[in-house]
Every structure is written in C-alpha cells, then in structure tokens.
Design a protein around this ligand. Structure first.
Ligand SMILES: [Mn+2]
Length: 408
C-alpha cells in the first residue's frame, strides 16, 4: 500500500515537471494530474482502439438473466456509444424482467433488450455476431453466456463492477470492484467524449434517465455513492427526465411480491444480527421479490445483514433454481467473500454466487430433484432439504465453531 502511494507521488511529481510535455501527449482527454483521471484516459484510449478494430461488426451484449436497472441502462449506453463505430448490437438476457421498476423502466424508455430462453438462443444463428460483450456481469449470472461461449464468439469487451468471478479473456476489460455502479463507468465514457449526449434527442434523454436510475439503485438511492458516482449523476442531471424517473420509481409492487415479502418476514430467524429467511417456492416472474424481501429485512433494528432465498420454478422448461439475495449494512462484511466461502463451488468449480459492495446473490441448481411433483409431501420435503442445507451453511458462517475461520 505505502509503496503504491510512493509510486503515485513520484508519478505526480514527475508529471508536474513534465507538465507541458504531458499535455501534448494527453490528446484524448483533458489533461489532469489526478492519477485516477489519467487512468481513465488510458482506459478510454484503449477502449477506442479496440472499438476501432471492430468497426462495422455486429455484437451480442449479454446481461444477467434477471436484468437490473444498472445492467439495462449500461448495456443501452454501450449500444449508443459503439454506434459511433458502426457497430450494431443486440442486448440479450436469458431470464425475465421481474422487478416492477424494471418492467416500467423498459416500457417507458424502450430499452432495446431482448429476452431469449437458453434453448431459443441455440436455434438462433449466432454466426451473425463477430463478438460478444459483457456489461455489469462476468457471465456467471447468465444462462446465455455459456451458449455464446460454446458457439466460439470471442469476448471483445467486459465492463463490470462486481468482484472478479472468473478469468475473462476480453480485448478490453474494465473491471472496477471499487466502483458502485456500472452506470457510473458508462457515464464516465460518455462524459469523456465517447458519445455526445444531446438533450433534444429523445433516446439520449431516456438513456440518461435509465443511467440515473441504474446509478441510484446500485448505490441505495445515492446513500452509498462516492464522489465519482455523484460526479456521474451531476453530469446526467443535465440530460435526464426527472418526471420519467419519478414514474419508474412509483411503480407499484404486485400482490404476489407483497406475499413473498410477508413470508420472508414470518419465516425469518435471527442470529447475531443476521436475519435469514427461506420463502419456499415462487414463480419465475416473481423472482425479484427475493432481493426486495432482503432489502426489507435488513431494515430491522439490530440487524446488519439479511439473506433471503427460495426455489424459483420456471414454467417454460420446468427448471428449478434456488435463488438467494444478501443485503448488508455492515461495512466490514464483504458479500462476495461471504457467499463464496459459505456456499462454495459447484462440481465444475464455479462459485454458486458472488457480490458487490453491500449486496450479493446466489443461484443453486436443483438438478436431479428438479421438476414439479403432484405429491405435496414430496414438494414440501424437497424444500426442507434445501432450506436445511442452506441454513446450516449460513449458520456455520454466522456463528463459526472455534476452529472455523469467520469470514468477517
Ligand atoms: Mn450493477
């Protein structure tokens, strides 16, 4: 750490001495002695070069299965930026839009994201794409990404703010686990001149509004925002439509989502400031009730962390997944580390989940026990098996025995 500081100090001194010379070198951006800005300028220069090499191509932008506002808005901003390089892209996701705000966001702004079920993507002719792009994801929370990978489409760009989930071999990688939202990263690109936002362009206004929503929702309404997020929000404030954003934020929860939140409240068990709740089975379309329930449980007094999970049933392919969300207010708890250490990896060595600042999630395939069964006893038993196993693992992390090392 201290050697890093020394280096940056030396760099700063050197840059002061060579101020005039450096100014000439920094053609791509405004010269700024701040190290962060010169990092950004380097990144953008590199990004521009990569896009230039792929001029005129068609790309597939893969976002997470249950896209959140950060993912949707960032993917859209990417699409608008690369249009300057005649790159056309299709934004795709494998799951469904579940959160009521996301449904409203897409309906009101017309974000051009398309839903593909895993099987229909295989039927699509993927050879029309020369490259793949990951935004707000590293492919681990997408059922489409493995299909795209298998089709041999090269990963060109990866932009994300989650902790590292897997090795990514992309031509341009901008991975910033310290940044609160991917929307902040994309806004920085725009602000630095990669796209000229025009407040008389309806698409730009809507995209700015979506980015503002993405940025707000990943920073807990700006309460966890840092300077760079505020700077990005300040820039977006020149273009966004506050009434449109308000309409999105006013979206009402469905009764079924309310029922899941009620179940989460009723089933919760509390251990050492952790609130843990299994909500049983829920429909695919209501999947987003899980993070919303976790958001709610973490607001109880003396609770710093909430974990909510349930079995989500997809009627389309009769597939079941245990889906869970973690929310924490405890600064010293790293959600990514907590989930990885608590739940471990699957048989292929992939983690069941991960996280970012103050939030995390996981997905566990039900596998062999998959599928609907008429026998209510069996269905109940199946839930109990998963519920018991997850609780047991969480408890071990929350209240470790003497020899077990705690994660926080
Ligand atoms: Mn995000």
């Amino acid at each position: 750490m201290s050697s890093n500081l020394n280096t940056s100090l030396e760099q700063r001194l050197a840059s002061k001495q060579n101020g005039a010379k450096k100014q000439l070198e920094a053609v791509d951006s405004n010269f700024n002695s701040d190290e962060k800005n010169s990092d950004l300028a380097k990144k953008i220069k590199n990004f521009r070069e990569v896009l230039e090499q792929h001029r005129g191509e068609r790309q597939i932008v893969v976002i997470q299965d249950f896209p959140d506002p950060d993912a949707l808005s960032s993917a859209w901003a990417y699409q608008l930026i690369v249009a300057n390089y005649d790159i056309s892209c299709d934004i795709v996701y494998g799951g469904t839009l579940s959160h009521q705000e996301n449904i409203t966001l897409v309906r009101l702004t017309g974000i051009p994201a398309r839903r593909y079920v895993n099987t229909s993507l295989q039927q699509q002719d993927l050879s029309v794409y020369q490259g793949c792009v990951l935004v707000d994801s590293q492919g681990t929370n997408s059922q489409l990404y493995p299909v795209v990978e298998q089709a041999g489409i090269p990963l060109i760009v990866a932009i994300d703010h989650h902790s590292k989930q897997q090795d990514l071999k992309a031509e341009f990688v901008d991975l910033r686990p310290q940044t609160r939202a991917t929307a902040t990263i994309l806004t920085q690109y725009i602000k630095e001149g990669m796209l000229e936002f025009d407040s008389s362009d309806e698409h730009h206004v809507k995209c700015a509004t979506a980015l503002m929503h993405g940025l707000r929702s990943d920073t807990n309404r700006l309460m966890q925002a840092k300077e760079e997020d505020f700077t990005a929000a300040a820039y977006l404030s020149r273009f966004y439509d506050s009434q449109l954003l308000n309409a999105v934020l006013q979206s009402a929860r469905s009764r079924r989502v309310m029922n899941v939140i009620e179940r989460a409240l009723r089933n919760r068990i509390i251990k050492k400031n952790f609130s843990i709740s299994g909500v049983g089975y829920l429909r695919y379309d209501d999947r987003d009730a899980i993070p919303q329930a976790a958001d709610f449980l973490v607001t109880e007094e003396d609770i710093h962390t909430a974990v909510v999970y349930g079995i989500v049933h997809n009627e389309d392919d009769d597939n079941e997944l245990v889906i869970g969300s973690l929310r924490t207010a405890k600064l010293t708890l790293d959600p990514d580390e907590f989930i990885k250490e608590t739940l471990g990896r699957d048989t292929q060595g992939r983690f069941f989940g991960g996280g970012r600042y103050m939030a995390g999630g996981f997905e566990i395939p039900v596998g062999f026990l998959n599928g609907f069964n008429d026998n209510p006893e069996y269905t109940k038993l199946k839930w109990e098996v998963f519920d018991t196993q997850i609780k047991q693992k969480l408890m071990r992390s929350v209240e470790p025995e003497d020899t077990v090392i705690s994660t926080d």
